[in-house]
Ligand binder design. Structure first.
Ligand code: HEM
Ligand code: CU
Length: 599
């Protein structure tokens, strides 16, 4: 029924012309909104990346003087030397920006918006206005967050986890005044944006699939985005509530997270009765699912890209759907693995260890399925494929240390060290990032109607992969040697001074990685101006978005929405003379002739 209503809406939609503002700024079109999300995320990535570069400058050559930086950022680098408080605000803002304002927004807001309606054969999202609001909350939230750098006291220093009581009172240190308040307000605004988006994606997938598009015919990228939306909808409200409670603690005299008698900044908190551990529980109840909010969409994208470039059906499609769902479900039961040192009962620790290790099962199944999809395929090493394979490699590397960290006995030893920093950067900053690049290389022609330069794309990959390992792999050793995370200068402790070579190496690798990723920006700018024009289906792919023009028109499909007859992975079908059969080709029609129509 929904489909029929949609068709009626279209004739009107296709006909009318829109003003510049409606088309590109306050657009209701899911494709424009998706691209807006991606572009804003990229701007934030640049900021977050530059903050990381400043951190690596300090860690690589602690205490050195950088006169030029002293002139540009006099407060952060008095006399050219970075001050400690500034370092902590860099850590906090870098982590916050990268997780919430780059990866989450690009993967769910960017790809979710762009892909879902196109892959299910809809004309737009279920609630276009809500969608526009969702996007516009994002730059507002970003501006509020970045404003924290410019207020008295500067940006917060409590880390991306904003642990109480550090985050609960301005007494706790520089940046814990207005800076922390702005951080909380900004996050609250962004969470509302995520919730609007999630509601939209879920409704759209459930209600607006075109004729023939059963759930088990959805491409895996849409499946992953759909499950991720459910995950967001169930987990983000917990952090929203926690953020509001923390704001009350800071400004309305409540003490949810402040214990009685705590002495902070030399002052005794008299009111009280709250518990800082409550914040940890609430934070990580979102915080762990958040990791999967980044990784699941990347997994969906990678499944799609690998199948397409191996010219083979994705191996074990129903199992892939099941494992995405299983990971999402299990991710609600593991948050305690971030709190093994909080004094929890050993039995509880064992319970959280068990649930954590169980997540390895669906994760490993997915990995085997990707390998099985690659096995014996006619591999095409496009940049998208390279990044997808890179994802698998980085995900396995990060996942294996997850198995170690999931065990309390080991975790207590390396808790809050660079071993943990290495682990989560492999999973989030490397694997999820590579998954995102796989998606960008794959769908760029559909988004902009131009091909990205393949040679530059290969350079990007072959520079980024070793630089990524060079940056994050040695961090394991620094962690095992006892280097704690968020430390401003490893030289502060004699026993860490042996690590100066490792730290300098990591920093140099990080700079190379930054340059490598800049190649992507160069590629985008060059290709938008001079790139080869993209045809409708440059990758000979099967899913619906490749049956419409590149870029698709407003309303996505001319007069009629496409009708679906098969799943999205009919590659190298026996008896067909082309090696792919689009979803729009009727089952009974001889594939070769009909395939032409799919182009
Ligand atoms: C350019 C590449 C990157 C480099 C060189 C880098 C480097 C660092 C460093 C040195 C820290 C401080 C660790 C500590 O002392 O605890 C850090 C923290 C962090 N990074 Fe990155 N990072 C990069 C990219 C990313 C990305 C893409 C993400 C997003 C998923 C990310 C997420 C985080 C988080 C969550 C923290 C923890 C912040 C905190 O402790 O509050 N990083 N990063
Ligand atoms: Cu976790």
């Amino acid at each position: 029924m929904a489909v029929i209503e949609q068709e009626a809406r279209t004739a009107h939609e296709v006909a009318h012309r829109e003003s510049f503002w409606r088309r590109y700024v306050f657009s209701l079109d899911h494709k424009v909104i998706g691209i807006q999300y991606l572009v804003t995320s990229f701007v934030m990535a640049l900021v977050g990346g530059l903050l990381a570069m400043l951190m690596r400058l300090e860690l690589g050559w602690p205490g050195s003087s950088w006169p030029l930086l002293g002139r540009i950022l006099p407060q952060g680098f008095p006399n050219g030397i970075m001050n400690q408080g500034f370092y902590l605000s860099l850590v906090t803002m870098h982590g916050t920006i990268m997780i919430f304002y780059v990866m989450s927004t690009a993967l769910t807001g960017g790809f979710g918006n762009f892909l879902i309606p196109l892959q299910i054969g809809a004309r737009d999202m279920a609630f276009p206005l809500l969608n526009m609001l969702s996007y516009w909350l994002f730059p507002v939230a970003s501006a509020v967050l970045l404003a924290a750098f410019f207020v008295p006291g500067g940006a917060p220093i409590s880390g991306w986890t904003a642990y109480a009581p550090l985050s609960a009172t301005p007494l706790a240190g520089p940046g814990e005044g207005l800076g922390q308040t702005l951080w909380l307000v900004s996050l609250a605004i962004l969470i509302v944006a995520f919730l609007f988006g999630s509601l939209n994606y879920i409704t759209t997938v459930l209600q607006l699939r075109t004729r023939g598009m059963s759930m088990m015919r959805l491409p895996l990228s849409t499946w992953a985005l759909f499950i991720t939306a459910i995950l967001s909808l169930l987990s983000f409200p917990v952090l929203l509530a926690a953020a509001i409670m923390l704001l009350f603690d800071r400004h309305a005299g409540t003490t949810f997270f402040l214990p009685a008698g705590a002495v902070i900044g030399g002052k005794t908190i008299t009111a009280g009765g709250g518990d800082p551990l409550l914040w940890q529980h609430l934070f990580w109840f979102l915080g762990h699912p958040e990791v999967y909010i980044l990784v699941l969409p990347a997994m969906g994208i990678v499944s799609e890209v690998i199948s397409n470039n191996a010219r083979k059906p994705v191996f074990g499609y129903p199992v892939m759907v099941l494992t995405i769902s299983a990971i999402a479900f299990l991710s609600f039961l593991v948050w305690g693995h971030h709190m093994f040192v909080s004094g929890m009962h050993p039995m509880l620790g064992t319970a959280f260890m068990t649930t954590t290790l169980i997540i390895a099962v669906p994760s490993a199944i997915k990995t085997f399925n990707w390998l099985a999809t690659l096995w014996g395929g006619k591999l095409r090493f496009t940049p998208a494929m390279l990044f997808a394979i890179g994802f698998v490699s980085l995900f396995v590397t990060g996942g294996l240390t997850g198995l170690l960290l999931g065990q309390p006995a080991f975790n207590m030893y390396v808790h809050d060290t660079y071993f943990v920093v290495a682990h989560f950067h492999f999973v989030m900053a490397s694997a999820a990032l590579f998954g995102m690049f796989a998606g960008l290389y794959h769908w760029f022609p559909k988004m902009f109607g131009r091909m990205l330069d393949e040679r530059l794309g290969r350079w990007h990959f072959w520079l980024a992969l070793p630089a990524t390992f060079g940056t994050f792999f040695p961090m394991h050793f620094a962690g095992l040697a006892g280097m704690m995370r968020r430390i401003y200068s490893p030289q502060m402790y004699g026993y860490l001074s042996g690590l100066s070579g490792v730290n300098a190496f990591v920093s140099v690798s990080a700079f190379v990685m930054f340059v490598a990723h800049m190649l992507f920006v160069v590629n985008v700018v060059w290709s938008l101006a001079k790139g080869k024009r993209a045809e409708a289906n440059p990758w000979q792919a099967t899913s619906l978005e490749w049956t419409t023009s590149s870029p698709p028109p407003h309303g996505n499909w001319g007069e009629r929405q496409p009708v679906v007859y098969r799943w999205a992975y009919d590659y190298s079908l026996p008896g067909s003379d082309r090696d792919f059969v689009p979803q729009t080709v009727p089952a009974e029609v001889a594939a070769p002739a009909a395939v032409q129509g799919g182009q």
